[in-house]
Design a binder for this molecule. Structure first.
Ligand SMILES: Cc1cc2nc3c(=O)[nH]c(=O)nc-3n(C[C@H](O)[C@H](O)[C@H](O)COP(=O)(O)O)c2cc1C
Ligand code: SF4
Length: 502
């Protein structure tokens, strides 16, 4: 199966090699691979890093960059005559505003973000030195599969990619699939606006991720593991490549491969990621079957987020009960991303379930008078400051009508018009919908147009169909993007009626 798709799998790399979708490139690649030119064109047009070869400087339009003056940077570039293109959130909110130069190297007009202080009592301890001893991998092999699963179960580790699914259930499911070929896939596509924690793991503790991946592959009986990394994370890619090379003596033949994304937020969704890995347009699949049953090339696949796997070595070394005890209402420590109107944006490893005020205190305090916060990326919408005591964990935020998601916490102060903030987030979803389902494709566009009309007219009657459109999107979408894409506008209208003339 893998061999049959091998030519198709090369398409995206060849497009990158040829400098993107330029005239004649699709025909050349078709000759090289035997894949029809129309298919190549179809794949290429899906991914922004290959379909906009002349984008110039890519200027981030994420919420935090907008708050930090991205529009003024665009005006400056225009004045200088520098070719530039506004793009979706680049995952660098701690150093906003940012852009990527044409070689995809980071240009930051802000300060470098902070990370949690060096504390060896923390499972990920991003402020500490990376440990390349691979002691946890050896320990796991000594303990045996059953004991490792018990530790994972006792740890209560929930997936850190957004859905919070118990890690041990997926691990066990893949191990026990009868089909002999299994894969591990690491989701390092990190593209949810406001989120940049996986980037810091890749940069600062790459061996922690390689070791967690190797333990997962050993447990799941996989000979090959893919790390699918966001194409815009140039530094992080170099870091993880170097770590994989250095780790070879420890990996016992495990083939750890890097796959680089080509610019599409939706490829963070697990089945869209699998499609992208197979060299296709990254459109989510229907579930079931789940990736644990039929994943990459139709084979059982264990997919976890970077942070999820980075927790595993400490769980193996120190036990599940220890890890669990680090949390408040839910188990473990958590990497929170903090940006927006705060003194020291950055990644902070804290007990799962701290409040907003505790997190912001770690980040040096608020800038100005806080008005709203988005607790878990654009998909989580906005909450008012009356929710500042809600524990930032999976269950509590769901009960508050929001979600922890990727823990990309953005703070907005009272200088912000929530209509404008909602519009920026709706633009993101309109740009990033893969277009497969009509309710999502059309609904994302309608919600963005609605908020635009409101901002132009300040006529509240413009907003009267928001809930109906949301219902259509929630009911008729294949994946989580369409189901949650109305959250910014709906939550802003609900919690900040004064900003919507109601
Ligand atoms: C629209 C959308 C985008 C997503 N983006 C990411 C992402 O960037 N990184 C990630 O790890 N998970 C992302 N997810 C969640 C994945 O589908 C999947 O649940 C996760 O990779 C599983 O790993 P975990 O169990 O360790 O959390 C996304 C989900 C949706 C619906
Ligand atoms: S809900 Fe949206 S992003 Fe998800 S599959 Fe449908 S069109 Fe694509």
């Amino acid at each position: 199966m893998e061999r049959k798709g091998a030519q198709r799998q090369r398409i995206l790399d060849l497009l990158e090699h040829h400098g993107g979708l330029r005239p004649g490139v699709a025909a050349t690649i078709s000759e090289q691979t035997g894949v029809p030119e129309a298919d190549i064109y179809g794949v290429a047009t899906f991914y922004t890093l290959v379909n906009r070869p002349d984008a110039g400087v890519r200027v981030c339009q994420g919420l935090t960059c907008k708050l930090a003056g991205a529009d003024a940077r665009i005006a400056e570039l225009a004045q200088l005559g520098t070719p530039h293109t506004p793009v979706s959130c680049l995952g660098q909110c701690d150093r906003a505003p940012v852009a990527l130069d044409p070689e995809l190297e980071l240009v930051s007009w802000g300060q470098r973000g902070a990370v949690t202080p060096d504390d060896p009592e923390l499972p990920m301890n991003l402020g500490g030195a990376d440990d390349a001893s691979y002691a946890a991998l050896s320990r796991a092999r000594e303990m045996g599969a059953e004991a490792v699963l018990d530790a994972l179960k006792e740890s209560g580790l929930q997936g850190r990619g957004g859905a919070g699914f118990p890690a041990h259930i997926k691990w066990n499911a893949v191990r026990h699939e009868e089909e002999p070929t299994h894969y591990v896939v690491v989701n390092a596509d990190e593209s949810e606006p406001g989120t940049f924690k996986d980037r810091e793991v890749l940069l600062r503790r790459p061996h922690l991720l390689v070791e967690g991946t190797a333990i997962a592959a050993w447990y799941a009986k996989a000979d090959v593991a893919y790390i699918y990394i966001r194409g815009e994370f140039t530094d992080a890619r170099r870091s993880i490549e170097a770590a994989i090379e250095a780790a070879q003596p420890h990996l016992d033949g495990l083939d750890v491969r890097i796959a680089v994304g080509h610019g599409a937020y939706i490829c963070g969704e697990e089945t869209a990621l699998l499609e992208a890995l197979e060299g296709k347009r990254g459109m989510p699949r229907h579930k079931p079957p789940f990736p644990t049953q039929q994943g990459l090339w139709g084979k059982p696949t264990l997919m976890n987020n970077v942070e999820t796997l980075a927790c595993v070595p400490a769980i193996v070394m120190r036990g599940g009960a220890w890890f669990s005890s680090l949390g408040r209402n839910e188990p473990g420590s958590k990497l929170y991303c903090l940006s927006g109107h705060v003194q020291r944006p950055g990644v902070y490893e804290l007990p799962l379930g701290v409040t907003l005020d505790e997190l912001v205190a770690a980040g040096g305090g608020y800038v100005g008078t806080p008005k709203a916060f988005s607790p878990g990326g654009a998909s989580s919408g906005f909450l008012p400051m009356s929710s500042r005591d809600v524990p930032l964990d999976f269950k509590s935020l769901a009960a508050a009508g929001s979600m922890l998601g990727s823990a990309g916490v953005v703070v907005l102060n009272d200088t912000v018009d929530m209509g404008l903030a909602a519009k920026w987030q709706q633009v993101f979803f309109e740009d990033e919908s893969c277009g497969q389902c009509a309710p999502c494709r059309i609904g994302c566009s309608i919600q963005r147009q609605t908020v635009d009309r409101w901002l132009d007219s300040r006529d509240p009657s413009m907003l009267e169909h928001v809930a109906d459109v949301h219902w259509e999107m929630e009911e008729g979408s294949i994946c989580g993007l369409g189901m949650t894409a109305s959250a910014p506008l709906r939550s802003a209208m609900q919690h900040f009626p004064e900003d919507f003339g109601t």
